[in-house]
Design a protein around this ligand. Structure first.
Ligand code: G3P
Length: 225
């Protein structure tokens, strides 16, 4: 089971990896564009450095045609290293590029997946992850849970050659449903990551513990005994 942060803000990445057991960071052109025209590779190298060798970084290509996707993938890998995950939208040109790049040893994350068959083709093409756009599917009257459930039965997924990386979430329940239906990974915003633990019942429980303790022991803590 893996949780990713879907963000490319340096401060938020540092803050979240300091407390949360995330597997890594996912980005896309919209996410990078929020960072105010940063120097792309300087920014990505800084993220890579923060994540060190222990966490994964997924970076998306910008071009849409096969030749340019392959060239961009080569450049991304040459600068960011062989352990980078290259996100490629599962279009016709994208699937062709996923096939070619996977057989040449690139780690590929197929993205912008709205249908079961996009996921099937991406998995068959050798993608290591397939990014299913949960909330956008639901907004389009589809069932993200059914798509994830069906894909989870593919031999590639069962054998862990391809992982379902659910994305595009608007609330915690969607994340829980994605995992329950067979997603091995979910990528979430900073707000959703925090909402996993920001819960009024948890806060009340902590206050009750503190009040009960202080009535008897004042402000002593374990180190005072
Ligand atoms: O990782 C994909 C994700 O960033 C898309 O999310 O919220 O724009 O639908 P959203």
């Amino acid at each position: 089971m893996e949780i990713y942060l879907d963000n490319s803000n340096i401060d938020l990445i540092k803050e979240n990896i300091s407390w949360c057991p995330i597997t890594g960071v996912t980005t896309n052109p919209s996410i990078i564009a929020k960072e105010n025209k940063v120097n792309l590779f300087e920014h990505l190298l800084e993220i890579k450095n923060i994540l060190s060798n222990t966490k994964k970084l997924h970076v998306q290509v910008i071009s849409e045609d096969y030749d340019s996707i392959v060239k961009e993938a080569n450049k991304i890998q040459a600068i960011l290293g062989n352990d980078i995950y290259i996100k490629i939208p599962a279009t016709k040109d994208g699937i062709r590029a996923i096939n070619f790049l996977s057989t040449h040893g690139f780690n590929i994350t197929a993205t912008a997946i709205y249908t079961t068959m996009q996921g099937v083709l991406s998995a068959l093409s050798g993608a290591k992850y397939i990014a299913i756009y949960y909330n956008r599917i639901e907004n389009n009257n589809g069932s993200a849970n059914e798509i994830i459930y069906d894909l989870a039965k593919l031999p590639q997924i069962i054998n862990n050659e391809t992982k379902i990386l659910a994305a595009s979430f608007k609330n915690t329940n969607q994340v829980v449903s994605a995992f329950a239906n067979g997603a091995q990974a979910c990528t979430v915003s900073d707000e959703i990551l925090k909402s996993f633990i920001n819960n009024i019942l948890v806060e009340k429980t902590i206050i009750d513990f503190k009040n009960d303790w202080e009535k008897i022991y004042g402000n002593k803590n374990i180190l005072d005994f």
